[in-house]
Design a protein around this ligand. Structure first.
Ligand SMILES: [Zn+2]
Length: 480
């Protein structure tokens, strides 16, 4: 048998299909026999062994590791009852591996034409990714463009580019052409992707409790009857109805103020787990940012409580942040805690708004080599030379450059009381842009990231919003 190593984020069903395809198996039965023989040769009994575990063995991978990287168990089992929250792919959860280990969360085989083009260029072949098979995410989270469905009964038997050559890819009908940079759908995509990376389910009582608390804080109703709106009512105002109808069974029957079991029960059930994608929807609905949502449910899991801020999360509006705020940033030396104290605002909130404005915390920047390289680069040195001079990893500085608007360098100079010098470079090419486009980044600046970005215009428009979810982007999830 030809060994077939799984590709990054490759879906189990796709990996199985590729194994059969590369070994010339004529049908499913052929493939099963081949796998069983190979498992026996490795000294294991294939009978009653989940297919997931068989594939892990044939990939020389630990079962748990293979499940975490290639199955969608983490999306199916976001939460579990106490005593049942076994690691995904563990021996103790073999029943789940058997039932769900080879299934995509979303029925069908999906792919992204841009991913196919990149795979062909980089690898010479393409594969099916898990993050294209998450319920509700109709877009590639790397390229933000809509996915296509393979129009074939046995889609995983062939790799995506072969179907593309046969014109068997049908673009999805979507509520928006591209995954929005902020708002509910972006948070939902990010949260779903983060949940997929988890090693084990949350304890149902803990995550349900965290959602109930957050819903109560938003003055939503937790009971079946009453006047106040429910989580499902909030959800209905955040995303287009066709999306909800497509991804929530029976949503078309939902009436305002009427209890919708799949969503509202998450905050009212004490110990029972809900459906995986419903958790991601409720989290994206109840929290302003992906980070707060994940922090809150993770803190509940460990029994810690997020320290409630002594300040209210009342913002000052876009006019303040885009104008009047600037002197505060300078006077407080870009230190978020100091700014928050001065403005009597929640520090987390200030951090989120500043991130959206491209103004990160400058706390201790004088001592940081990363910042030193950043300053060198903004003063005209090539990125590689700046990184060598400061002995810092280029990728770390690239991360910083992506976070910063051009005003950051201006602030650093003002804080240092430097007289302004002729500005040669503008970080990220944003805001007060001076740099010509990518062509001038001859030193492979952001080389690994450039292909992930559609164009400078999109980046520019990203910076125009103060939505705190914007800064998360999609790149954090595509890094391998
Ligand atoms: Zn893609």
């Amino acid at each position: 048998m030809i060994e077939v190593a799984p590709m990054p984020d490759e879906l189990t069903a796709g990996h199985l299909g590729r194994l059969g395809w590369l070994n010339g198996c004529l049908n499913e039965n052929d493939l099963t026999v081949m796998i069983k023989d190979a498992v026996v040769k490795l000294g294991f009994d294939p009978e009653s062994m989940p297919r997931l575990r068989q594939l892990a063995l044939l990939s020389n991978m630990d079962g748990h590791d293979y499940a975490r990287k290639h199955s969608m168990l983490a999306s199916f089992r976001v939460a579990a009852k106490a005593g049942k929250n076994f690691d995904h792919g563990a021996e103790t959860s073999a029943a789940y591996s058997k039932r769900l280990g080879m299934l995509p969360q979303r029925g069908g085989a999906y792919c992204c034409p841009q991913c196919i083009a990149e795979d062909l260029k980089d690898w010479g072949f393409s594969w099916y990714r898990r993050n294209h098979h998450l319920v509700g995410i109709d877009w590639c989270v790397v390229h933000d463009s809509k996915l296509s469905l393979v129009d074939h009964r046995n889609a995983f038997s062939r790799v995506p580019h072969l179907w593309q050559m046969e014109n068997k890819l049908i673009p999805l009908t979507v509520v928006v052409e591209h995954l929005p940079q902020n708002g509910f759908l972006r948070r939902f995509a990010e949260i779903s992707t983060m949940l997929l990376a988890r090693e084990r389910p949350f304890l149902a009582d803990r995550i349900n409790g965290a959602l109930a608390k957050q819903a109560a804080a938003l003055e939503l109703r937790l009971s079946r009857t009453g006047r106040r709106p429910l989580i499902s009512d909030r959800l209905s105002t955040q995303v287009a109805a066709p999306w909800l109808c497509a991804h929530l069974p029976s949503w078309h029957e939902k009436q305002p103020s009427e209890y919708f079991q799949r969503i509202d029960a998450l905050a009212t059930m004490k110990t029972l787990p809900g459906v995986g994608e419903a958790y991601a929807m409720a989290m994206a609905s109840l929290y302003d940012t992906t980070e707060t949502a994940m922090e809150d449910v993770c803190a509940a899991e460990t029994g810690q409580q997020r320290t409630p801020s002594k300040h209210r999360r009342v913002s000052r509006g876009a006019t303040f942040w885009n104008g009047e705020f600037w002197p505060y940033y300078l006077k407080c030396h870009g230190q978020i805690n100091v700014i928050a104290e001065r403005l009597q605002l929640d520090a987390d909130h200030v951090g989120e708004v500043l991130a959206a404005l491209g103004l990160p915390s400058l706390h201790n920047h004088e001592q940081s080599k990363r910042w030193a390289a950043f300053i060198r680069f903004c003063s005209g040195e090539s990125l590689s030379a700046a990184c060598i001079a400061e002995q810092v990893n280029q990728s770390e500085v690239e991360v910083l450059l992506r976070k910063c608007s051009a005003r950051v360098m201006l602030a650093i100079r003002k804080i240092k009381n430097d007289p302004p010098i002729a500005q040669k470079r503008s970080p990220s090419g944003l805001g007060e842009r001076i740099l010509s486009p990518r062509a001038r980044h001859e030193d492979n600046h952001r080389a690994s990231e450039v292909r992930r970005e559609t164009d400078d215009q999109r980046l520019h428009s990203e910076r125009q919003t103060t939505d705190p979810t914007r800064h998360l982007g999609n790149r954090r999830f595509c890094a391998k």
